[in-house]
Design a protein around this ligand. Sequence first.
Ligand SMILES: [Zn+2]
Length: 370
Amino acid sequence: MKTYKFKLYKTKRQKHLHRRVRIAGEVYNHLIAFHKRYYSMFGKYPGKYKVQNQLPKLKKRYPHWKQVGSQALQAIVYRIDFGYQKFFRKENKRPPSFRNLRKFKSFTLTQAGWELNEDNSVNIGGIQYKFWKSQKILGKPKCMHVKRDALGDFYICIVTDIEEYKPDYAASSETVGMDFGLKTYFSLSDGKEIEAPEFFKQGSKELAKCQRILARKVKDSKSRKQAVKATARVHKKIAARRKDWQEKEARKLARKYGAIFVEDLSIGGMKALWGRKVSDLAFYQQVQILERQCSKAGTIFGKVDRWLPSTRMCSSCGQLHDMPLDKRTMQCDCGLVLDRDANAAINIKNAGMSALGPGAVRRETSARAA
Ligand SMILES: [Zn+2]
């Protein structure tokens, strides 16, 4: 599956989309209430089919629900069920719950109720909207999400059928381990380093300023609303810029190496260790991006056990050392003297290779001139 995201041109017609999003939120909350009532009466989860069977009756009682289309209603039932299934599998701590209607952001259409036109426009519920067609849509569209962001802009996300990705270059057999750090963004086991760009820092300063201004505003005032929007705008800009950089770096790495190993980072654990800065650098997002770019490029991507003492272990002889955060160099009795992060990266690479087994990373390097 591939998803294409396009921004809709702003028009007055978008009031229809705003209304649909609002109704979708209302339906969502109504169905959540139904789940809760059902549970308190029968002590169990109703299941999506029982909820689905309620829909015709509810549509009679709330005729305006028809405006979002029956498929969008179905999609809400599935979305709630998905949330519950995740909760039952213990992937989510809490079951789905009520949402603030003002913050409700999207609705989904499957086959009916929308149509892509030949040009750069889409019909949603019989109304035409133009969008910024930044790329060609390949594959067969399966469904569409209509999303509204914090600035009130609308986007359509079109999900299309799976497409085979054929790398346009030969893969390498080079294997690399990577360590993420606050000082050096990536440290690679082959000694290369990639620094985080300066704008990572600048961005968070700008954001902090916005948040300070926001904190001074009177609750429910007009100027507060403006400040909220301004903050959201900065947030969006920074996030987009950072993601762009992360994607580019990940693509370069995925194309260069045949296998990449990183430490299995738990975001909670990292925050405890390093504090808030971690979320600024967004390592977590970086790992996800890297994983996706690797699968696109046909590169092996692996996470090694997070309990591996990658920082404390000498990568040459395996001896463990005390490595407080300010100690930048690993110095071992065996004679190894190496940068702390580079040493960790080598340990990560070795752990990854041994988990994979010999010969697992075997590809042609010859065709890789670039
Ligand atoms: Zn050693």
